[in-house]
Design a protein around this ligand. Structure first.
Ligand code: SF4
Ligand SMILES: [Zn+2]
Length: 265
């Protein structure tokens, strides 16, 4: 693919001016391609005549108060945006992240200690994490501008933020947000994103021999903690293994990741 061609993220800008650092067949490239595919499908769906829309609209931040967990690769795409921010913006984010984490630690110590716990060979930690995912603790996502209701990393937002409310995939009942009381009712009018979620299901998996290991997912606030902690020492936002996940093919990246997964939390 030529770098003069439209970018894989679907922005319409040439790749060399948009995501020149991300190879289309890398792990991050696969994620951006899926975001773009989803965007196209959602747009096509809702521009059909007589199709109802869910109450989701620009500036609505009701789902930004849930503690969704996301994969590491999705967070790396967010971290790539944060790296371009000014020092003041990064420091504000840093302070806000640790302020909110302290509140979480104080008010919900069980939730916090679960995030800190190692999930290696301990499935109860991951099970508990799925429960955490369905709860809201009144803590806004640190990427949310609470004054305007806008996402500060909108073009890099993770899959869950692109699908929650506007699509459906899981058919057991849950409350979507304070504007959408039932996902089952919402599913009657929203776009079916089962195939998109199926494609994304490999983002946190890694095969070692004939075994499939599950990589850890965290809420954005906890990923920020992990990525921003070194900032205290270096004054820089660093993305671990950025070259592996952004520049080389996903298959080669997976092989390189095996060794790391074996010792992963
Ligand atoms: S990443 Fe953006 S859209 Fe997603 S929860 Fe955070 S503020 Fe909301
Ligand atoms: Zn792009």
């Amino acid at each position: 693919m030529s770098r003069n061609e439209p970018c894989i993220c679907g922005s319409g800008t040439k790749q060399k001016k948009c995501h020149p650092d991300i190879a289309p067949n890398s792990r991050a490239g696969e994620v951006l391609l899926l975001y773009s595919e989803l965007e196209e499908q959602i747009n096509q769906h809702y521009t059909q005549p007589n199709v109802q829309r869910p109450p989701c609209h620009e500036g609505c931040d009701s789902c930004c108060y849930h503690n969704f967990t996301i994969t590491e690769i999705e967070f790396k795409i967010i971290a790539r945006e944060i790296k371009t921010w000014t020092k003041e913006q990064i420091e504000k984010l840093f302070n806000e992240t640790f302020r909110q984490l302290n509140l979480l630690k104080q008010d919900y110590p069980e939730v916090y200690s679960n995030l800190e716990a190692s999930s290696t060979l301990n499935t109860s930690v991951l099970k508990k994490q799925y429960e955490i995912m369905s709860e809201t603790y009144g803590i806004p996502c640190p990427m949310l501008d609470t004054q305007t209701g806008k996402c500060s990393v909108y073009n890099a937002r993770p899959l869950i933020c692109r699908t929650h409310g506007t699509t459906h995939s899981i058919l057991t009942e849950y409350i979507v947000c304070n504007k959408i009381p039932s996902n089952l009712e919402n599913a009657k009018i929203t776009y079916n994103a089962v195939q998109i979620h199926d494609k994304a299901s490999s983002w946190d998996k890694i095969e070692i021999g004939d075994q499939l290991f599950q990589g850890r997912q965290y809420p954005i606030i906890y990923w920020l903690k992990l990525f921003l902690e070194p900032y205290k020492l270096t004054g820089k936002v660093q993305i671990p293994n950025e070259g592996r996940d952004f520049n080389i093919s996903a298959d080669a990246a997976k092989r390189q990741q095996v060794a790391r997964m074996l010792g992963l939390r």
